[in-house]
Design a protein around this ligand. Structure first.
Ligand code: SF4
Length: 251
């Protein structure tokens, strides 16, 4: 069985199990476009979702439009709460993620995790383009990860980079313009850079962080409960947002 047959079988199995409770979660990298292609072939009408953090590269916005045109679909944008983002920027500045790992995690929490949780709520399962070979942190991902509230399905988990390139070429799929500039993993504009030879595919994400500072420090709340620094920051932002006037997402 080829790697493509195997992925098709995984998609078919998911469609049988979850039916209309499925969606594709895409950031419009090659893997996501392949998964979209496989899923929409098997189950046209499946929702395609993306996180629009407000800090995406222009090339990603162009990719969204290219995929919408190719498949005649409307990609659903999940956006952060504008009031929360405005409060975070007011308290810590627009580029707070450069200051510390907890600041970066706070930004990701507000711009990604919280809108993602809202967007996925009610979904039985969703597809991703994750692959084990992309990074050490992904080496043991499950094809069907049933540990969360929605099942996370990664049909390309076993694919190698060459498989991705071959399928993209053979099917003539649209490709993100940043690949041609040395990027191998693409996220928010200020937090992604091209990689150099020998680095793993995700080395360009938050490149200024070193392994030594990947973990958050701990704070203690008034009642003595240990909290991660990012939780303290998040609580401050949410309290600020609760008392702030409505805001639009422009930061
Ligand atoms: S990737 Fe960077 S800009 Fe995007 S949400 Fe995370 S810290 Fe913020």
């Amino acid at each position: 069985m080829t790697f493509t047959d195997s992925a098709r079988e995984i998609v078919a199995s998911a469609v049988r199990e979850f039916g209309s409770g499925l969606a594709v979660l895409s950031s419009f990298q090659r893997e996501d476009v392949i998964v979209t292609d496989l899923v929409l072939s098997a189950a046209p009408g499946t929702r395609v979702l993306t996180l629009d953090t407000g800090r995406l590269p222009v090339a990603t916005l162009q990719m969204i439009e290219a995929v919408e045109r190719r498949y005649s679909i409307q990609v659903e944008r999940m956006e952060p709460d504008p009031r929360e983002v405005a409060s975070m920027v007011a308290l810590y500045g627009p580029d707070l993620f450069r200051e510390s790992v907890p600041n970066r995690m706070l930004c990701c929490e507000l711009r990604k995790s919280r809108p993602l949780a809202r967007g996925l709520s009610g979904l039985a399962a969703y597809f991703t383009g994750l692959r084990r070979a992309q990074a050490k942190s992904r080496a043991s991902i499950e094809i069907f990860d049933r540990t969360g509230p929605s099942v996370k399905i990664s049909p390309l988990a076993d694919w190698k980079t060459e498989d991705v390139l071959r399928y993209t070429r053979e099917q003539g799929l649209p490709e993100h313009a940043l690949y041609a500039r040395g990027y191998t993993s693409i996220g928010c504009d200020p937090c992604t850079r091209p990689v150099v030879a020998g680095e793993d595919e995700r080395a360009g994400r938050w490149w200024w962080e070193t392994d030594a500072v990947k973990e958050c420090g701990l704070h203690f709340s008034a009642d003595g409960r240990a909290e991660r620094t990012v939780d303290v920051l998040l609580r401050e932002v949410l309290a600020h947002a609760a008392s702030a006037p409505p805001a639009s997402l422009s930061q």
